[in-house]
Design a protein around this ligand. Structure first.
Ligand code: F6R
Length: 240
């Protein structure tokens, strides 16, 4: 595991985005695994800047997002779909047909999960998976206790995750209680992993995940076993 400690949120975003910019330059048809949340907003801004500078193009890039809420329409301001369109997709030249996101309103959620795994496989697997980390160590919506061999699945969200999500909502009155998420096994198959974390409130969980024992109680700790995982932290999250 490679750990890069940066001064602040801005530098964390720039350093993390640079890894993806380099990948796209080297492999214009890269398959990216993406995340939502507060942490990657600056990271996406850096990707957009690189696109506007004509350093990279997303014309051949394919994306797969980690997760989505169950029962929330894509058109909702609080869906991960809307987040991705706003933060990245509408600002770059990605083709809509190359965007893959789980549909939390699918009539058969199990089939939706199985189909998502198939789509990832058909795309040749994920070259780089971006991850944030939840206060309880979750990655995607893989909450503590998730078996490491799980693939994309329907998950009951914990109270902590529901509360944390609630703070970001502008439309939904109540946090959805379920999500669809790639499983730890899906995530670990990505050829590269890029975890980003910032802020003092992430310090304790980052320490456990990166330096503690590998346990399903802290889902992100499994990343210690990945052969090509880079963590970009700001000073507050790293404790340095
Ligand atoms: C989002 C996701 C989550 C977040 C995590 C941290 O797609 O998969 O695991 O990365 O909850 O969220 P923020 O960045 O809001 O602290």
């Amino acid at each position: 595991m490679k750990i890069i400690i940066t001064r602040d949120y801005q530098e964390m975003s720039v350093r993390a985005a640079q890894l993806v910019i380099d990948l796209i330059k080297q492999k214009p048809d890269a398959v990216l695994g993406l995340a939502t949340g507060r942490t990657p907003i600056g990271f996406y801004q850096e990707l957009v800047k690189a696109y506007l500078r004509r350093e990279i193009s997303f014309a051949k890039v394919k994306t797969f997002n980690l997760d989505e809420y169950v029962g929330v329409n894509r058109s909702s301001r609080d869906s991960f779909w809307t987040y991705m369109q706003t933060q990245l997709f509408s600002q770059v030249d990605i083709r809509q047909e190359n965007i893959n996101m789980l549909d939390g309103t699918a009539s058969n959620l199990q089939d939706e999960c199985i189909n998502y795994e198939r789509l990832i496989e058909d795309a040749g697997g994920i070259d780089l998976q971006l991850l944030g980390i939840g206060l309880d160590g979750h990655i995607g919506f893989c909450e503590p206790g998730t078996a490491v061999d799980k693939r994309t699945f329907v998950v009951d969200l914990t109270e902590l995750t529901m509360q944390s999500n609630q703070e970001t909502f502008t439309e939904l009155k109540k946090s959805p209680s379920q999500g669809l998420t790639m499983g730890p096994a899906t995530i670990m198959e990505a050829r590269k992993i890029l975890l980003i974390a910032n802020g003092k409130n992430k310090r304790a969980i980052v320490k456990k995940a990166l330096y503690g024992s590998v346990t399903t109680k802290v889902p992100a700790s499994i990343l210690q076993r990945h052969l090509d995982c880079t963590c970009v932290l700001d000073a507050l999250a790293s404790g340095e």
